[in-house]
Design a protein around this ligand. Structure first.
Ligand SMILES: C[S@@+](CC[C@H](N)C(=O)[O-])C[C@H]1O[C@@H](n2cnc3c(N)ncnc32)[C@H](O)[C@@H]1O
Length: 363
């Protein structure tokens, strides 16, 4: 489940191996001599599926393989030459929408893994399928948002609702932007697979053509329906607020794509200082991804210090006896919250160090 929602790609391992040396020649030879290229052959004689190669290099900075573009080209050349020598025709690369998107990882110890993505567009799950054409400038990666939702315990709380230990749960984001934290929390709680969303948005599955990793789509749909049904009780409610109305339109568009009922997912358009919601719920978990300095992560804000201190004030007035989780940069704006974190989860997103901190608000 975690793998399902937080992973950035669905990959199937085709082959693993070991490079004798960390050089393009060694890589070329390994692919040419041992990679089973028949995966690219169609049923029509001398015709191939199109392909692309994406390479991830881990711990290779001081070697001849430290440039992923050159490494991808070496793999492509070896694969092409192998097919040419065997069947006398060349396969074609399609970087935008290949039939077979290969993903190759090479590590500093020489181990190599060749994978194929189970979704045939050369994309990753960061894009999901629920976002519209316009994206919020400061939106979180969907997979990161799923991780944050999970770490803040939204699934545990929702399970407690299911088993009647808790009567009602509200998940509230006072600076919701395009709603990624709430939408991903919704997906976690309902168990709707990103596969279902992606396929509904027109992605092509690979597994049927290649006959592996059989996934029963009806099963995925059934799980989604069950999950939505579970949320059709009024016990769990999502509430998003943002001072910019246009952002809330994005949230509403995504809700429509995901089939979320309006009553279960409310939006407010207020400055956080004026944002009030009906707080009569047994448990409230608030999630917040405020603006960051330099437009990183959160867009531009001329009064960052003021905005951060408003989050602290809002929490103390509206979340008594409950908790808020805040995504903070390492340079500490979090001091402006004037609250003491109970615990924090540290992780990286690309080059950014992120800190997801939990604050308990006294009664
Ligand atoms: C980092 S973005 C949130 C992005 C969101 N997590 C997503 O993935 O789309 C911060 C949001 O806070 C909103 N915001 C900034 N100051 C605010 C304020 N004083 N009151 C309410 N919303 C505010 C901005 O409009 C922006 O959409």
């Amino acid at each position: 489940m975690m793998y399902d929602t937080c992973t950035s790609r669905y990959l199937k391992l085709l082959q693993s191996g070991h490079l004798n040396e960390l050089t393009p020649e060694s890589l070329y030879n390994l692919i040419y001599e041992s990679f089973d290229t028949s995966i690219l052959k169609t049923k029509v004689r001398n015709e191939y599926y199109t392909f692309s190669i994406t390479t991830t290099l881990l711990g290779l900075s001081q070697t001849d393989l430290s440039n992923s573009q050159i490494t991808s080209r070496t793999i492509k050349d070896a694969l092409t030459q192998s097919l040419l020598d065997q069947y006398s025709t060349r396969p074609s690369v399609d970087a935008k929408d290949p039939d077979v998107p290969f993903f190759v990882t090479i590590k500093g110890d020489g181990s190599i893994g060749i994978y194929v993505s189970l979704i045939s567009k050369n994309s990753n799950h960061v894009l999901r399928g629920y976002r519209g054409d316009v994206t919020h400038k400061g939106s979180l990666r969907a997979t990161t948002a799923a991780l944050l939702g999970y770490k803040s315990g939204v699934t545990l709380a929702a399970d407690a609702v299911k088993s009647d230990e808790i009567k009602s749960l509200k998940i509230v984001d006072p600076m919701t932007g395009s709603g990624t934290l709430l939408l991903e929390s919704f997906l976690l709680i309902t168990g709707i697979s990103p596969y279902e969303i992606m396929l509904n948005s027109g992605w092509r599955p690979c597994w049927e053509r290649f006959g592996f990793g059989k996934v029963d789509l009806r099963d995925i749909e059934r799980r989604g329906e069950e999950g939505r049904g579970r949320l059709n009780s009024d016990a769990i409610e999502f509430i998003g607020n943002d001072k910019v109305g246009g952002n809330l339109k994005m949230v509403q568009g995504s809700c429509e794509k995901l089939g979320i009922r309006r009553e279960g997912f409310r939006t407010h358009c207020n400055d956080i200082s004026d944002f009030k919601f009906d707080s009569t719920a047994e448990v409230i978990i608030s999630l917040c991804n405020p603006p960051w300095p330099d437009g990183r992560i959160g867009g531009d804000d001329p009064d960052l210090i003021g905005t951060w201190s408003k989050i602290g004030e809002w929490s103390k007035s509206n979340l008594k006896g409950n908790e808020i989780w805040v995504l903070a940069p390492p340079t500490s704006l979090s001091g402006e919250l004037r609250m003491k974190a109970r615990r924090a989860v540290n992780f990286r997103q690309g080059k950014e160090e992120l800190r997801w901190s939990q604050y308990l608000i006294n009664e």
